[in-house]
Design a protein. Sequence first.
Length: 367
Amino acid sequence: MSFRDDGKVYLEVGLNEDASKHENPHVPHGAEETARDVVECIQHGASVVHFHARYGDGRQAWTDDEVSRTILAAAAGEVDPLAYPGYAGSLEHIWALAEHPPTGNELLLAPFDPAQHVKDVLWLEDKNQFRAVHFGADDTNGSRPHYPLELDRFTELGLVPSIAVFNAVDLRWVILAARIGILRQPLNIKLFFSDRCVSHSEPAPDVMDFLVSRIPKWIDHEIVVVPYAMSSAELCQELWEHALDRGLGIRVGIGDCPSVFRTTTNAQMVDRAVHLITKRGLAAATPDDVRTRFAVAETDETELVRVIVNRNRCMGWGVCYSHAPEVYQPDSDGYCVVVKPLVDSGLLEQAIQGAASCPERAIRVEL
């Protein structure tokens, strides 16, 4: 059940990002200021807080997990926070926090930007898989991974990726990755919009509508809309209002848009967001609501089988999903998609029956 089905809204805060105190004097730098802001945002109604671990002089502490550990432990001394740090390139900082959690604050969410990890990838529709592209030399021994191995580490550590989607290209990869089980559902998607960053989606309601329309209904997900590096407070407001009217979550915070909220604190941004939410008869989801929604189920991978459909062979007869609707569903054109690509013993027989019933032999079930 999504948050909106329960009358709730996913409300995240972008605490500080790369913003300077020149842009907004309230931007938190250093562990003490950042922890205080985390506490205030949770007290004012935020569901989740995203922060960058930074030293007191504003420098990013990308590789110093002790800064994040100090922030999370200090916040946990006053509230029950759900917060996670950012990263650049390497996720070792995140692994260290998950393996040695801060006092009173076990990590659940972790950042993941496909744009930082997915490079030169082809999609093979007939095989239902990705393949790495190699320029200049063939990968004769298949040593290059076809998907980011960090995703396996997320699973090992019980972490839920907070997926940053900056444009339609990122979103396409996310949808395909969910289709074959590389990304586990429910997906935690952040849609970024910017009128300054040209690599981000254009901040317009119709662009938001288009991106949301691309996500198949069978993918269980939550979407949070993030106005980022914006030059207009009015346009930020328009995006938040449209997102709420569309049943989506929102992210606010002076870290995301310091230039247009020069004198505002993060707690005041949360207050504004809560007002937008409550005037619609809704409530901001609590940190515990988010934990429940994205709780990672214990799964023995050795007991699972993979279900794959060759969509180049599928003719849309629909026999498969009449046998096993929990495994197979039609897309908007009536062709088969595997909504549960990894199947346990409880659905194995139905998956096999659905595959065997296909007149085009477009489905295979494999260990």
